[in-house]
Design a protein around this ligand. Sequence first.
Ligand SMILES: [Zn+2]
Length: 159
Amino acid sequence: MARVVPPARPRKLAKVPFVELADGRLQGVVSSGSDIERVYVSSVAAGTYAFACSTNNNRPCGGARGWFCNHIRALITEAVLQYGAERVTRYLRVDLGDEQPTAHTIADAMTATGPSEASSTAAASVFSRFLRHLAYLELAPSTLPVPEMQWFPPTRAVA
Ligand SMILES: [Zn+2]
């Protein structure tokens, strides 16, 4: 069972419904801005910052050719809200020098190293983890705690 940490700050789940620091990666699911049927599975590896972005139908993201796309940037932003900037910096092993850790400085420090594109083989496992989290939405009502539901903060955060 994965350890679930309460979000550092409430997140906008409509845009990035799933984000986690797991398997040596920042990884998650980002909604398409234009098509509600489509989501992107995005990831950045710790240490190398090798990145991948593809749709749930395993089509490569057009924006992620040689550079972090908007989905990966959104994922970093939401990870900072979920885990706090220091934790994201540590997990991804980002060297910020004297910069304050923010989503912006973390993304810039990683892109400055010229990271390569990773294979999208991780996408299937990331997406199945996301679907497992979604399955909890269909649980019968219960007063027992369901740890995974901490992904969904108690405050009104849905955009
Ligand atoms: Zn993308």
